[in-house]
Write a new protein. Structure first.
Length: 248
């Protein structure tokens, strides 16, 4: 047990910059009902939008939006829809109640519109009718299972198209990743094409770089290990890049 605790103590130091702002237990979750997995993501979104200082206001609005939606089951992606509308309302200084009570013409986030169109399915008890009518503006919502009417997919054709685009063969797992998250997968493939498989780099080196005169071994494939040692750092060029020299 001691070895495990020692291991996780080091790992936590590596990932400290990505930790949640929640440093201790709190009963606020019974108020805002933000799922644990979304809590950190939502805060990071708020931080990137310059709203971190309004975090407690955001959690209050999240609770209001959740009730506005009918206190839905909040899992991915339904929890994201609540979060998207929450950040939208806070950014534009709109109260959740104003969605129904105000005549103001509001351009709601696409994810919210699609949710009330029934693209994620039907919540238990159905959608709150007044909210749905307000958001859809007369459009008809689907009441069928979201995937029931999807067109068939030619897996072989799509796989060939992807392979031509990224100039390599892909696995069936990668094909499934593309079908679910096409933009994310293409970015991943382009990153891997440019930098190769960076997952073999030790976590501390990947995040923080090698200290001067430190050495690291990296297994790039079975039976092939590279040894790297930082002995000098060249001045940055005009683009901010530095030259890397290999010593044989």
């Amino acid at each position: 047990m001691g070895l495990l605790s020692d291991y996780w103590e080091v790992v936590r130091e590596y990932y400290a910059p990505f930790e949640s702002i929640q440093k201790s237990s709190t009963a606020e979750v019974y108020h805002h009902e933000i799922p644990g997995g979304q809590f950190t993501n939502l805060f990071q979104q708020a931080h990137s939008m310059g709203l971190a200082h309004r975090w407690h206001e955001i959690t209050d609005v999240y609770a209001d939006v959740n009730q506005l939606f009918g206190d839905i089951v909040k899992v991915t992606p339904s929890s994201k829809v609540v979060g998207d509308l929450t950040l939208f309302l806070v950014t534009n200084n709109i109260k959740a109640q104003d969605i129904v009570n105000s005549d103001r013409d509001i351009s709601f986030p696409t994810s919210v519109i699609e949710f009330f169109e029934g693209r994620l399915g039907q919540p238990t008890g159905g959608f709150p009718k007044d909210i749905q009518d307000k958001l859809l503006r007369g459009a008809t919502a689907s009441t069928e299972r979201p995937g029931a009417n999807l067109p068939p997919v030619d897996l072989d054709k799509i796989k060939l198209t992807i392979e031509e685009r990224i100039s390599r063969h892909i696995t069936n797992e990668e094909l499934m990743s593309y079908l679910m998250y096409p933009d994310v997968f293409i970015k991943y493939a382009e990153h891997r094409k440019k930098y190769d498989d960076v997952s073999v780099i030790p976590t501390d080196v990947f995040f923080y770089g090698l200290p001067m005169n430190d050495e690291v071994t990296i297994d790039i494939e079975e039976g092939k290990t590279l040894i790297f040692k930082l002995v000098a750092i060249s001045p940055p060029n005009e683009e901010g890049g530095r030259k890397l020299y290999r010593l044989l």
